[in-house]
Write a protein that binds this ligand. Structure first.
Ligand SMILES: [Zn+2]
Length: 311
């Protein structure tokens, strides 16, 4: 109907203006390569519009913060990846078509501009974030020669490395994490040290220490699977009795210097559940719990996880 009306209209035009119409059609043929070129150029320019929609939090990160990189994907799409320098972080499904990758930072992260490269089937984006410089406390430790010579074993390092390498797709934690001990905080995250007057390059306190009585309860700061129970008698010489919890999506907890255990490897624990007892096993000067929170293998500041919480 529309077409027949149109052809009638064209016939009418042809009848009245046929010499002009002939001239116009020739010009249109000449214009076609230009139109095709414009379409190709438009497609090329339009590609960035198909790149990912990305949100990074916190808005003003500092050393020790965990960057949460939320990427809006598509239905049945593949998970994108986030690369910083040589390290690629896997994004896990958060909800619907939202994926999230954690980028850990620490006192060893250079302050200043950090470029996050987001890549996947939907395209590529580069996002720049600024990591602000943070002052960490400095401690001066004097060690006796026997203490200074205390070294860990392959057994404990290998098993702790395996724990921190876990990238379980499920997310077990919900809401802010809770304190693992009712003791007082005796040492915060990130402290840097001089041992016998020599600056310990690359060292920083990879956790938070709580001090209370020997045998006082230790609770799971968040839900997860007990992925490691390491005993001093089985080679955990430096860390002492150790519990490792897999909270999922690359987030793990390490609790060391325990006097005893209330869980077994493979158990699933809820937030606040009793998991063990404070002690002074391994390299400890007195009863304390050292809790290290690791994100994609890097010890991060647990404070934002404890107070603000991370989705
Ligand atoms: Zn500690």
């Amino acid at each position: 109907m529309v077409f027949s009306l149109f052809s009638r209209f064209v016939s009418l035009l042809q009848a009245i203006y046929w010499p002009y119409q002939k001239f116009l059609s020739k010009r249109i043929w000449l214009l076609l390569p230009a139109i095709a070129g414009a379409i190709v150029l438009w497609s090329a320019l339009a590609i960035p519009a198909h790149a990912y929609d990305v949100q990074v939090s916190p808005a003003s990160p500092t050393q020790g913060d965990t960057l949460s990189v939320v990427v809006q994907g598509t239905e049945n799409g593949e998970a994108p990846t986030v690369t910083v320098g040589d390290t690629t972080y896997t994004a896990f499904l958060l909800s619907g078509t939202r994926y999230r990758a954690f980028v850990p930072t620490s006192p060893n992260t250079s302050p200043g501009r950090m470029t996050l490269k987001i890549s996947g089937p939907e395209g590529k984006n580069n996002i720049a974030v600024n990591i602000s410089d943070r002052r960490f406390n400095t401690q001066y430790i004097t060690l006796s020669s026997s203490r200074a010579g205390l070294e860990g074993t392959d057994e404990e390092f290998d098993r702790l490395d395996a724990l921190r390498a876990l990238r379980t797709p499920e997310r077990y934690w919900r809401g802010p994490m809770s304190k693992p001990s009712n003791g007082y905080v005796s040492s915060i995250y990130g402290n840097q040290r001089y041992y016998n007057g020599v600056f310990a390059e690359g060292y920083y306190h990879r956790g938070v220490d709580y001090a209370a009585g020997n045998g006082s309860p230790i609770y799971a700061p968040a839900a997860g699977r007990i992925a490691l129970v390491g005993r001093e008698s089985e080679g955990f010489v430096l860390n002492g009795n150790t519990i490792g919890i897999d909270h999922g999506q690359g987030v793990t907890s390490v609790m060391i210097h325990l006097s005893g255990f209330a869980v077994n490897e493979g158990d699933f624990v809820q937030q606040g559940q009793l998991i063990g007892y404070m002690g002074a096993t391994g390299f400890a000067t007195g009863p304390n719990l050292h809790w290290g929170l690791f994100v994609n293998g890097v010890s991060v500041d647990p404070v934002p996880w404890r107070y603000d919480g991370v989705e």
